[in-house]
Every structure is written in structure tokens, then in C-alpha cells.
Design a protein around this ligand. Structure first.
Ligand code: EPU
Length: 417
């Protein structure tokens, strides 16, 4: 199993090219199920989760190919098996995104129930409730959710809570429904307007994506299209935090800083100097940062996917930072690992109180989920001596070529088996 060995103490410096967003690419790939014509997606990041999604789609009968411009072409003309099996859903919960498109176009979907995962329970009741409101019948069969509908009907759906993939699933389902669907209390994450842009290019009629009320006028058929995935805001934020904590200067290019306000403001509050243009953002810091308090919440507030990285920032900052995790109930798995490096953190329920220490000391730590692994890599970049991050397959789910990108910024990092 691969590990990353990091020798800390180098301030990062230079430019890093940001990849396409994992959490935009995954739903956009499943949108291919909504049409019999080819959908071409560009700027798709090379990640384990993307490979898993492509295997899942191929297993259903989607023909996947890479065109001459490195676009991924998907053609769902013939679907033989409208099912997401347990083995896939278990490794990637985003597999549930096939549910809406399958039932909308083929009238049937069989998706394994996801069960728990490393960051919390993560139920999918809102996805199912929305589909039922559109007229689907849902039955449970040996751990599988089976959704059926001869044709979905437009409905007014008020989500009980803000869910990103729930909103995406229902938005996709509604594109082929009979009549108008209104999703209230919809998630506003930037990946949703990106998906809506792709669906619109395919002929869907969607208004309000990016606000908390999305209106979709169903059409009978969608067609092929070409769409470029937006830049990854969490990857961008992760490199910016790494740069700031290391006391370096890094410019992220091909980024979309307009999707990162809460993160950039926190970096400024920590004492980093942040500058941004239309498609780039740079950070520079010297000396010790100041600890920051934060609370995770749906967009545009502070993202849960940046919580672990900022928690690491606090471990070596001046003062005490209080971190509240309000999205997932079990997203502090990195704390115990950071403590092994000498961090002073106390967790009480969904609150972590982090007292900055003068330095961390390298040790072997274990990655438990994607963002937790990123926080451990950042810790390794500033710790004294060598930090070995074990189980980095978690990292490969969401960070394209991370060791190459960090090496180019001067980090002493290598992958070892
Ligand atoms: N929830 C329910 N019922 C539902 C759906 C969600 O109770 O039917 C709860 C969840 O348990 C959680 C909260 O609602 O407590 C929000 O979950 P959400 O559904 O928004 O999360 P998700 O759609 O499963 C996406 C990202 C996550 C990111 C969250 C929150 C994708 C593929 N995944 O997950 O990304 O943390 O939104 O922003 O878009 C990551 O990239 O590391 C990652 C975990």
C-alpha cells in the first residue's frame, strides 16, 4: 500500500495548476445517462473517484472513450443494467448520483444503500423523498433501493435540509419529468450551477441554480453536448492553506476564486496576504499565523471539505482556534493523528478546541478519509523531521498528482510502497 513520506520545513513557493473539480465532475458524468447521444466532458481530473464512476457507468452499458482533445466521451444509447452495486457504492457514495438520471430516462434504478462511512451516517432520505414527490415508487430489496416510475412528474419539493448530491440527483431527474419541478431549500454549492450549465447545454430548462430555489421545466428528450468542468475550489483551498502554513508564497492558476470567499477570508483572518484575479489566487505568509475560529455550513459559508486543513493550520498557529463541524457528525478523525504529531486538540462532540503549539514532530500517521489525508499532508509539510502518511489511497480519490504538484512547489515529498 502506498504511503507519502514528507520531510517538513520548506516554505512552498511557485505556481500550481488547479485541476477540474471532483465534486462537479462526478454528477456531470452521470448526466450522460440522461441522453442517448454522446456527452463530451473536458477538464475532468484524473482521480480514483472519477475512475470508479467511469467503471460504474461502463458496467451499466455506457460506452466511454477519450477523444483527441482529452475529453471524455460518454454514450448511454443502450443501458443493459440500470444498477449501482454495493461494491461500487461502498467505495464511493457519489454512486448514488445515478439514481435520478436512471429512473428519469429508463423508468427504473437499482442502487445499493450506502450505509455509514468514515465521516458520518450520510443517509439519502432526501433523494428518495424528492423522487417519491415526483411520482416514483421506492422499494427496498436486500440492501438495494429500487425506484420505478413510468414517467416522473414535476413537483414542488421542499428539502428538509441542504444536501448537495440530493439537489443534483433531483435536478437531473426533473429535467426529463412531465411538467415543472421546483426544488426549495436547494444547495447553492458552485458545483450545482456547473451541473446546470451542462444540463442546459444538453437542452434542459433550468432556472435558479446557485440559489436556494431551482426551477426545472421538464422536456421529453435531452441531446448530446460538450462541457468543461469548473476548477476545484477545495483543491485550490488546500494548496493555499499548505502554502500559508509553510510560510511560503504560492499562486494557484486556472482557479475560480469567486467560489472561495469564505476560505480566502479565513486565510486573511489568519494573517496571510491573499490576492485574487478572475482565474488565479495567490497567498503569501511569513512567520506564525494566527489561530482562527470557524464553523462549517452549506455554501456560501465555510465548507466542511476545508475544515481538516484549517484545523491543521490552527495546530501551529498563535493562540487558540475553535472549530465547529456542523455538516458531518464524525469528521474529526484527523484529530487523533494530528495529536500523534504533537498537536494540542480537545474534541467535545462536534467542537474541536485547538491550541497552537510551537512545532509539530514528524511521525507515521494514517489517513482516514480524503480531506483528513490532506490535513495530514499539510501537517507533514511543517513538522520537524519526516512524516509518513499511510493509506494515501484516500488522497488519490480527490487530489490529482498531489506529490508532483507539491514537489514543484519545493516540498520534499515522495511516494513509497
Ligand atoms: N443528509 C441527510 N439526508 C440526505 C442527504 C444528506 O440527512 O438525504 C445529511 C448528510 O448526512 C450530511 C448533510 O445532510 O449531514 C449534508 O450532506 P450532503 O448530502 O450535502 O453531502 P453529499 O452530497 O453526500 C457532497 C460532497 C462532499 C461534501 C458535502 C458537503 C460530492 C460528491 N460530495 O456530499 O464531498 O463534503 O457535499 O458539502 O459532491 C469530499 O469531497 O471530500 C466530500 C465528502
Amino acid at each position: 500500500m502506498d504511503k507519502l513520506a514528507i520531510e517538513g520545513g520548506v516554505p512552498l513557493s511557485g505556481e500550481v495548476a488547479i485541476s477540474g473539480a471532483k465534486n462537479a465532475a462526478l454528477p456531470i458524468l452521470t448526466a450522460a445517462l440522461l441522453t442517448a447521444e454522446p456527452l463530451t466532458i473536458t477538464n475532468v481530473p484524473h482521480l480514483r473517484d472519477v475512475t470508479t464512476m467511469l467503471s460504474l457507468l461502463a458496467q451499466m452499458g455506457v460506452v466511454v472513450s477519450v477523444d483527441e482533445k482529452m475529453g471524455i466521451e460518454l454514450c448511454a444509447a443502450n443501458i443493459s443494467n440500470p444498477e449501482a452495486p454495493y461494491e461500487m457504492v461502498k467505495t464511493m457514495r457519489a454512486s448514488v448520483l445515478v439514481l435520478g438520471p436512471l429512473v428519469a430516462r429508463f423508468g427504473e434504478a437499482r442502487v445499493s444503500l450506502p450505509g455509514g462511512c468514515a465521516i458520518g451516517l450520510r443517509p439519502v432520505d432526501q433523494h428518495l423523498k424528492g423522487l417519491q414527490a415526483m411520482g416514483a415508487t421506492i422499494t427496498m430489496d436486500h440492501g438495494y433501493m429500487i425506484a420505478r416510475a413510468s414517467r416522473l412528474k414535476g413537483a414542488r419539493i421542499c428539502m428538509d435540509l441542504v444536501t448537495v448530491t440530493g439537489t443534483e440527483n433531483l435536478m437531473m431527474a426533473a429535467t426529463l419529468a412531465d411538467g415543472v419541478t421546483v426544488i426549495e431549500n436547494a444547495a447553492r454549492e458552485p458545483e450545482i450551477p456547473d451541473l446546470a450549465a451542462c444540463l442546459t447545454a444538453m437542452g434542459a430548462k433550468i432556472g435558479g441554480a446557485g440559489t436556494d430555489v431551482i426551477t426545472i421545466e421538464g422536456v421529453t428528450k435531452l441531446h448530446g453536448a460538450r462541457h468543461a468542468v469548473m476548477p476545484d475550489r477545495i483543491e485550490t483551498g488546500t494548496y493555499l492553506v499548505a502554502a500559508a502554513v509553510s510560510g511560503g508564497k504560492v499562486r494557484a492558476t486556472g482557479a475560480k476564486p469567486g467560489t472561495l470567499d469564505a476560505v480566502l477570508n479565513k486565510l486573511r483572518e489568519a494573517g496571510a496576504n491573499v490576492e485574487a484575479g478572475e482565474d488565479w489566487v495567490s497567498v503569501q505568509a511569513s512567520g506564525r499565523l494566527k489561530a482562527v475560529n470557524l464553523r462549517t455550513a452549506p455554501y456560501p459559508a465555510f465548507p466542511t471539505d476545508m475544515q481538516a486543513q484549517f484545523l491543521t493550520l490552527n495546530t501551529v498557529a498563535e493562540g487558540t482556534g475553535v472549530v465547529h463541524e456542523d455538516i458531518f457528525e464524525n469528521r474529526f478523525m484527523h484529530v487523533q493523528e494530528l495529536q500523534r504529531l504533537g498537536a494540542d486538540i480537545e474534541v467535545d462532540g462536534n467542537t474541536a478546541v485547538v491550541k497552537g503549539v510551537a512545532a509539530l514532530d514528524g511521525a507515521t500517521v494514517m489517513a482516514t478519509d480524503l480531506r483528513a489525508s490532506a490535513s495530514l499532508v499539510i501537517a507533514g509539510l511543517v513538522a520537524r523531521g519526516t512524516t509518513t502518511v499511510d493509506r494515501i489511497y484516500h488522497l488519490d480519490r480527490g487530489y490529482e498528482s498531489i506529490e508532483e504538484k507539491l514537489s514543484r512547489l519545493g516540498a520534499r515529498i515522495k511516494r513509497v510502497s
